[in-house]
Design a protein around this ligand. Structure first.
Ligand code: HEM
Length: 860
């Protein structure tokens, strides 16, 4: 049905705009809450006051907000401070009096201020020439005021009367406060008089004070005992001297409390907004998420395909776009009805067309908005949609529960496969569909070939100069070339075949020798796999092994193990300061210091190995020289010493070691765990190996090609538990387009490979371990649905080595041993935290030599 392009749009409740408003309100709201709480409960500031002699003034000063109170009394009259947890009683009384000759000018006043508690009494008596007595007024002014009132009829003034015999007056104080006692002369002439004042002052009982201090030297500090002190009393001595009682109190704030209040306010507001966000989520039921899923083929399609963003399965099958109702109200361009709307017009702000149609409108003659017919000045492309709201400072970090790949998959499921997030201050593009991943790694591969500058790369990546951390450019290309041609090339891998088979044999020997009488026994397979890969890598790098039997340099091995443990602990930890740099100011970048220390250790260890190799090379002839990775790099150094510095060599060694060990070891551990939970798959693998290899020789790397089921096991493991579930983060070096959206320069790219590889819309029963799903398929990256090693320029260069090592280890272990779970219950498959998706619980398994292999095993 035809619809005029400029017919009015039905307005929907728009969650994102609503959330944006909240996001903008959040900061002032938090500030307002904090300021109000502080003013109401925690603002004390400094106070200057006049107390007078024999005073006792009570303050409420909670030790939760106040750490310390300092009193300053410049006249050094020995003021004291007392701290209490309970309000003390006003049970004591002290009397003092002053008696003075006073000369009082015409229309002038004299007097003094003092603090009086309820129940105190003032008695005054003055004597002067009788004629002038009637024009003398006594005033008592309540409040902090210490100045002459403009007139004695001031509201706060209490005029004393009842003069007897001269004049005399008395007053009982009804409220604790500051009082000014004064006498005013309304005579046209000055007079001389005698004034007597007698005060009986109510005092607090300080005998139960928890802490006290006396300002003998003019000042003292009272520490408020946390958390009980709630009241403080300032007392002045009773010396009858009514002048010069200026005292200053300074309240030292307990900073932690204020920070806690701020944090609490942020949490409350976050929860509030999250709740509102949930409500929005509910409203999304009516308005479907930004993009309906487009890839539907349950298993690997024959060819990769890219579907228009926003259309559903039925659309593709029927060939039509969708019902026009949906299109019109939804997100499809009102001009072409084909592409998503992804740009908006200035000044009217309408978002109605795709970028191409907007371009055509702008190039045409009318340049009018198809909705409101206003003249368009500019068009802007939209950023990808953002889920929930982005909180100032932390952005979307608050959404993330571990494991991150699962949380991100849920968010993508709800809001669409191309999302724009903020991890603190970092813009992030989260991609979780094959077509979007393909767009990133083909059309935009160079744009996304940079790595974000995270703190780990600064310290462990030699200031972003190693193969993993370097940004795209000449230096990275060179390192990549060396890795691909000199270290991980098929030729070089072939050369090192014996190292790998020797290491796997030594593992088999060890397993065999531990089994008593061919019976099952339990062992820790996590460590076994990790040590196997570390030995293989270190032998390829430096010709040394540090785990197992026959270790020559024990101390060196100990140091190496220490470095390895720390490296994997630290590289798995998230450094929050990477995303919220402001935290560095508060010293919350502890990981950075640990990384520095670790890097120093790693550096000196690797440098010792280089020196050792350099020495060996100088002592041996060309033919005798070994061909470890260090040797290869040292020979490159000889030809180009300025470029191949020791630092570059150390960097390359460290990259190989950290990128190539726990990834492969983890994959082996997951694979064996999956097999233990599905014994029929293990049986099939046994059978396949028995048929193709038999019992007369050990499995070797070249056998992998003959064993499709074993390959299926590895592929299926990498599908369900990819070692880098979010790949390694990339960063865009310039602005680019993904899925029709604008992606700004400097955006971190996260491709949720786990999400894609476990998406029920793409894979049939994705949670089921089914190695057979790959049978008959080459298992390549067709359709960008399976990419555990990444793709494109920054894809993993170690894939060939990893597949050989994992295949060899699994194949040999299955060939030689029978395996079962350590207990009755299934192996716990929960994912732990860390970069390379480790198993939360290390795999314990039981094994025993296969009867048919006894002969061969005993000859090893
Ligand atoms: C099962 C084992 C392995 C898996 C699943 C794996 C996976 C990956 C992934 C997903 C990436 C990032 C791709 C991207 O950025 O898009 C990567 C990068 C890398 N991998 Fe592997 N890897 C494995 C084993 C190895 C091995 C054995 C080595 C070398 C000895 C290795 C060396 C590297 C290096 C150097 C990079 C960085 C490449 C660059 O930034 O240019 N990996 N790997």
């Amino acid at each position: 049905m035809y619809r005029p392009a400029f017919a009015p749009l039905r307005h929907h409740h728009h969650p994102h705009r609503w959330q944006e408003c909240w996001a903008r309100l959040l900061f002032p709201l938090t500030l307002w809450i904090c300021v109000s709480v502080t003013i109401k409960y925690g603002y004390y500031g400094n106070r200057r006051m006049v107390l007078g002699p024999g005073s006792s003034r009570l303050f409420e000063a909670s030790s939760i907000f106040v750490k310390q109170i300092e009193v300053r009394d410049d006249a050094k009259k020995v003021v004291s401070l007392y701290g209490f947890s309970e309000k003390p009683e006003l049970s004591l009384e002290t009397n003092w009096s002053v008696s003075n000759y006073v000369t009082l000018g015409s229309y002038n006043q004299k007097g003094f201020s003092l603090w009086l508690n309820k129940g105190s009494r003032i008695k005054m008596r003055w004597e002067a020439q009788t004629s002038s007595l009637d024009q003398l007024l006594v005033s008592l002014i309540k409040g902090e005021q210490t100045l002459l009132p403009t007139s004695t009829s001031s509201l706060d003034a209490h005029t004393l009367n009842e003069p007897t015999n001269g004049k005399e007056a008395g007053y009982t104080i009804e409220e604790d406060d500051n009082y000014h006692v004064g006498i005013i002369n309304t005579n046209p002439r000055s007079i001389i008089m005698v004034m007597n004042i007698n005060i009986s002052s109510k005092m607090y009982d300080t005998s139960k004070a928890k802490s006290m201090c006396s300002a003998i030297d003019g000042s003292c500090r009272l520490n408020l005992l946390f958390p009980n002190t709630k009241f403080v009393i300032v007392t002045t001595p009773n010396n009858g001297d009514a002048g010069g009682w200026y005292i200053e109190l300074t309240f030292v704030a307990r900073v932690v409390t204020y920070i806690a209040i701020l944090g609490f306010a942020v949490i409350i507001i976050y929860l509030l907004l999250k709740y509102l966000g949930t409500c929005d989520g509910e409203s999304d039921v009516e308005e479907p998420p930004v993009q309906a899923i487009t890839e539907t083929n349950p298993l690997m399609p024959e060819k990769s395909f890219r579907l228009p963003y926003g259309t559903g399965d039925e659309d593709r099958e029927s060939g039509s776009s969708s019902s026009s109702e949906d299109l019109y109200d939804g997100k499809i361009c009102v001009i072409c009805y084909d592409e998503p709307r992804n740009c908006f017009f200035i000044p009217c702000g309408h978002c109605a067309t795709c970028y191409d149609c907007a371009q055509r409108i702008m190039e045409g003659e009318s340049k009018l908005c198809p909705i409101c017919r206003k003249l368009i000045h500019k068009k802007f492309q939209k950023l990808p949609p953002s889920p929930h709201l982005s909180v100032p400072i932390i952005g979307h970090l608050y959404l993330f529960k571990k494991p991150l790949h699962r949380t991100l998959a849920k968010i993508s499921d709800q809001y669409g496969p191309i999302l724009f997030l903020r991890f603190g201050s970092r813009p992030v593009l989260l991609v979780s569909s094959p077509s979007a991943a393909e767009e990133c790694f083909t059309k935009n591969d160079i744009v996304f070939a940079n790595r974000p500058r995270l703190v780990a790369g600064k310290h462990l990546g030699y200031n972003y100069t190693t193969l993993v951390w370097a940004s795209y450019g000449h230096h990275w290309r060179n390192l990549r070339r060396i890795a691909a041609t000199e270290i991980l090339s098929t030729n070089r891998l072939q050369m090192f075949t014996s190292i790998r088979s020797h290491e796997i044999q030594s593992l088999i020997r060890w397993l065999f020798s531990n089994s008593y009488d061919g019976e099952y026994y339990t062992l820790d397979m996590k460590s076994a796999f990790f040590e196997l890969t570390l030995n293989i890598m270190m032998r390829m790098i430096a010709g040394k092994r540090y785990y197992g039997d026959n270790i020559v340099e024990l101390e060196e091995a100990r140091k190496f193990k220490e470095i390895v443990t720390e490296t994997f602990q630290l590289s798995g930890a998230t450094n929050i300061a990477d995303f919220v740099p402001v935290l560095k100011w508060f010293g919350l970048n502890g990981i950075e210091k640990k990384l520095q220390v670790l890097q120093e250790k790693r550096d000196s260890f690797m440098q010792d190995l280089i020196l050792e190799h350099r020495k060996m090379r100088s002592e041996s002839s060309c033919e005798q020289r070994s061909k470890t990775m260090i040797d290869v790099l040292l020979s490159l150094q000889e030809t180009e010493p300025e470029y191949y510095t020791d630092e570059i060599i150390r960097g390359m060694m460290q990259v190989m070691l950290s990128a190539g060990t726990d990834t492969s070891a983890g994959t082996m551990e997951w694979a064996l765990s999956l097999l233990l939970n599905k014994p029929e798959a293990l049986e099939k693998a046994h059978a396949e190996i028995d048929i193709h290899i038999g019992q007369s020789r050990l499995f070797d790397e070249s056998d992998r090609a003959k064993l499709p089921y074993l390959q299926g096991i590895i592929q299926e493991t990498l599908r369900m538990y990819p070692a880098d579930p979010l790949l390694v983060p990339h960063e865009s070096s310039s602005e680019c387009m993904v899925g029709g959206f604008r992606v700004p320069r400097g955006t971190m790219l996260l491709v949720n490979m786990w999400g894609i590889q476990n998406d029920p819309k793409l894979w049939k029963e994705p949670t089921e371990f089914k190695p057979e799903r790959f049978q008959g398929l080459r298992g390549e990256r067709d359709g960008f649905m399976l990419m555990p090693f990444g793709y494109g320029r920054r894809g993993c260069p170690g894939e060939g080595l990893a597949m050989r090592v994992v295949g060899l280890a699994l194949g040999t272990l299955i060939q030689c041993f029978e395996w079962e779970r350590a207990g009755e219950e299934e192996v716990d498959m929960s994912e732990g935290t860390g970069l390379t998706m480790p198993k939360a619980q290390p795999l314990l398994a039981r094994c025993r030599p296969r009867q048919t292999m006894m002969n061969l095993l005993s000859q090893l």
